[in-house]
Design a protein around this ligand. Structure first.
Ligand code: MN
Ligand code: MN
Length: 316
């Protein structure tokens, strides 16, 4: 008998059959006795353009049936390393963004009463703010690796202070994250003003625009990220799928041209191994714009890579 929950094998039940839980793992109600909780946060009322991320968690789960338990590149074996389960979705209020933000924070605070790490399926990027509030309440201000086409540091949008484009300004203001241990990778395209990316820079954040990533491996960048953050400090990884190029991730609400390649996304997540990751999210997958399902499939694989980068994950 296995020590930990194992994904239902594709040789036991065909991949197109069975219950489409995340990675075909058991669905549980309680995070007690888990090392890692997979949670869906089906929010899309924080978006500024195309909606649809409310369907993200369900579609990522559906595509995750194709993910197998061993990482053939790194030999990482997350399901031999951790007790992982699908904790289901946060029951948010689809009519009220502010109420939903409070519901998400309260939900994560309850989950984090257990000694568990959360890996979250979005949902639009607004979900990162209440998650970071709960994480910082437990761990103090965290280091942050933020992959995105956008800085998400606007002050307000339509007068609103909490939207998917303002969350990291709020996170810095509320001291949920440490700006000198914060990295924004993949920023690009067009802004509301020419100095849009400078607000974060002026707080001490390291901004790595997409142009600085073109045509090269991001392994050296991640080496310097690990050096700056150090092995002990708690780190949160927030991965907006629109950080990747629309040619590989078209199913998202605010796509921008000339983004990161899939291989570079993998290098970023794999480069987080060795850090004290305490939580991760994969946000902004929007199934109505994902006609092939490949964006959600990529999202599921990125979430698998996140499990492989959690501290203590065994290499076989
Ligand atoms: Mn974002
Ligand atoms: Mn974005």
């Amino acid at each position: 008998m296995d020590k930990f929950n194992q994904p239902l094998s594709g040789n036991e039940m065909p991949r197109f059959g069975g219950i489409a839980s995340m990675f075909r793992l058991p669905v549980t109600q309680s995070a007690a006795n888990l090392d890692v909780a997979l949670l869906g946060v089906p929010l899309d009322i924080g978006t500024s353009n195309r909606t649809g991320t409310r369907y993200g968690p369900r579609q990522i789960r559906a595509e995750s049936v194709l993910v197998r338990p061993y990482n053939m590149a790194t030999r990482a074996a997350p399901f031999d390393s951790f007790q992982v389960a699908d904790l289901g979705d946060v029951a948010l209020n689809p009519y009220n963004l502010a109420a939903s933000i409070d519901i998400i924070e309260a939900h994560y605070r309850r989950v984090l009463e257990n000694p568990v790490k959360t890996v979250s399926l979005g949902g639009d990027h607004t979900i990162a703010l209440p998650i970071l509030r709960a994480i910082a309440a437990k761990h103090g201000p965290v280091a942050l690796v933020h992959v995105d086409a956008h800085a998400d540091v606007n002050d307000t949008m339509f007068g609103e202070r909490v939207t998917h484009g303002t969350i990291f300004r709020r996170a810095i203001e509320e001291k949920l994250v440490l700006p000198d241990k914060m990295f924004q990778i993949g920023l690009r395209a067009t802004g509301y003003a020419a100095d849009d990316f400078d607000w974060a820079r002026n707080q001490g954040v390291t901004v790595v625009p997409a142009e600085q990533c073109w045509y090269q491996s991001l392994a050296p960048l991640m080496e310097s990220v690990r050096q700056t953050i150090g092995a002990e400090h708690p780190v949160y990884l927030s991965f907006d799928i629109d950080g990747l190029d629309p040619s590989v991730a078209p199913g998202t609400g605010t796509p921008e041209p000339a983004g990161l390649m899939t291989s570079q996304g993998l290098e970023i997540i794999r480069g987080c191994f060795g850090l004290n990751l305490v939580g991760c999210d994969l946000v902004e997958v929007s199934p109505p714009y994902d006609t092939s399902g490949n964006t959600a499939l990529l999202g599921a694989n990125l979430v698998f890579e996140m499990l492989c980068s959690l501290p203590g994950c065994i290499r076989r």
